[in-house]
Design a protein around this ligand. Structure first.
Ligand code: S3P
Length: 434
């Protein structure tokens, strides 16, 4: 949590225009540090996301004896090999980062030492049973608050056995935690999910030379094989690009070129949804970088219409729903979001937070459901004072909504934006025509 609240007022814009490159992908940045640390030899990482969540991961590995250099441009990780981590001398603080705590719980389950993971007031409320339970079945001993379901988590690792786990939720954090534990387990560790969540771990494990097989909704990891350090160029984060996609679509007279965006098909649900709403988004110069697809996105303002969103597209757009809600609020007709119960256990309850905030800024009728919401679009929004609930994506979504309000939007605290998108407000200001 940040000591000092950072309020901000965002003014309406006449258009959003120009070109920008957004920072590196958060999920890929976390994984590049983790695999780089476990590999033999050196990994060089460029376009690493310098967000607080990723620094939490970096700090944890430094605390376990991994030398990591950072000259402000390139991160150099001096890998210690699969069995080279050292017992940390203190509790590892994951800050606000769900990816850090859940993936590290898997990784630390495989170590022959004791460790404790904790985080900020928001992270300590988020469910950990989803990783603790299958890891316990592999043989990990994990204690925590709430009967081992909440951080802090205390892990006594070692002696894991592979399992065949059918995950009840499509979660890349659960899948990746088990894959990391699987590197240390005897036999095979197999994870199947109801629909495919982001596959950055599968791609990066392959890139680093891990022993793994993939099927349509599953992955099998065989432990014991050493990983080899690599050069990684992290693509821009489509979750960060999403705020600019929506901004350019909803502010009339806009045209924006967003360069170097990761367009891994397990992440492009937001593009599919916005295009189905009538959004004019074109992928240009599609290419592959460090095993991940990348493109430039050209977006022009469009008359959006309401759509029904549910099923397999939901995990492919899971972090973009706050931004999608803003698009829906000014679209013609009704947008229905379902199968998105996971939104209730993100950095905050994103269904409740977006419903409350959109009502404040003058949206039409909004009905919350258990696993989504129903949004009636209106022509324009008015403005008002909203709260971020300490959630970076709520803060950035309301900042985008402000561009199409008649008056300014005051947000109580945007310090949280630094967890995933340092420099967001400078970029928003640069492309906003006022
Ligand atoms: C992430 C997975 C998703 C996502 C989060 C990052 C990852 O979480 O919401 O922002 O890097 O694996 P879940 O696994 O809980 O769906």
């Amino acid at each position: 949590m940040h000591e000092q609240a950072q309020p901000i007022s965002v003014l309406p814009a006449r258009a959003v225009r120009g070109e920008l490159a957004i920072p590196g992908d958060k999920s890929i940045s976390h994984r590049s540090i983790m695999l780089g640390a476990l590999a033999q030899g050196t990994s060089r990482i460029t376009n690493f996301l310098r967000g607080e969540d990723n620094f939490s991961t970096m700090k944890a590995f430094r605390a376990m004896g991994v030398p990591i250099e950072d000259d402000g441009q390139t991160i150099i990780v001096h890998g210690v090999g699969l069995h080279g981590l050292k017992e940390p001398g203190d509790v590892l603080d994951c800050g606000n980062s769900g990816t850090t705590i859940r993936l590290m719980t898997g990784l630390l389950s495989g170590q022959s030492f004791f460790s404790v993971l904790t985080g900020d007031q928001y992270l300590r409320k988020r469910p950990m049973k989803r990783v603790v339970e299958p890891l316990a079945r592999m043989g990990a001993r994990i204690a925590g608050r709430g009967g081992g379901t909440l951080a802090p988590l205390a892990i006594t690792g070692g002696n894991l056995t592979g399992i065949d786990y059918q995950s009840p939720i499509a979660s890349a954090q659960v899948k990746s935690a088990l894959m990391l534990a699987g590197l240390y387990a005897s036999g095979e560790t197999r994870v199947t999910e109801p629909s495919l969540s982001r596959d950055h771990s599968e791609r990066m494990f392959t890139f680093f030379g891990a022993d793994l097989d993939r099927s349509s909704h599953g992955v099998t990891v065989r432990g014991g094989r050493e990983l080899q350090g690599q050069e990684i160029c992290v693509p821009g984060d489509i979750s960060s690009a999403a705020f600019f996609l929506v901004a350019a679509l909803i502010v009339p007279g806009s045209e924006l070129l967003i360069r170097n965006v990761g367009v891994n098909p397990t992440r492009t649900g937001v593009i599919d949804i916005l295009q189905a709403m009538g959004g004019d988004i074109t992928l240009q110069d599609q290419r592959e970088v460090s095993g991940e697809p990348v493109a430039d996105l050209l977006v022009r303002s469009s008359r959006l219409k309401g759509v029904e969103i549910g099923g397999d597209v939901v995990p492919r757009a899971i972090d973009e729903f706050p931004a999608i809600c803003v698009a829906a609020a000014v679209a013609e007709g009704t947008t229905t979001i379902k199968d998105a119960k996971e939104l209730r256990v993100k950095e905050t309850d994103r269904i409740a937070a977006m419903a409350a905030n959109l009502r404040i800024v003058g949206a039409g009728q909004i009905d919350e459901t258990e696993d989504g919401m129903i949004i009636q679009g209106v022509e324009s929004l008015s403005g008002g004072s909203v709260t971020s609930y300490g959630d970076h994506r709520i803060a950035m979504s309301l900042s985008v909504a402000a561009l199409v309000c008649r008056h300014q939007v005051e947000i109580d605290d945007v310090a949280c934006v630094a967890t995933s998108f340092p420099g967001f407000y400078e970029l928003l200001d640069r492309v906003s025509v006022r």
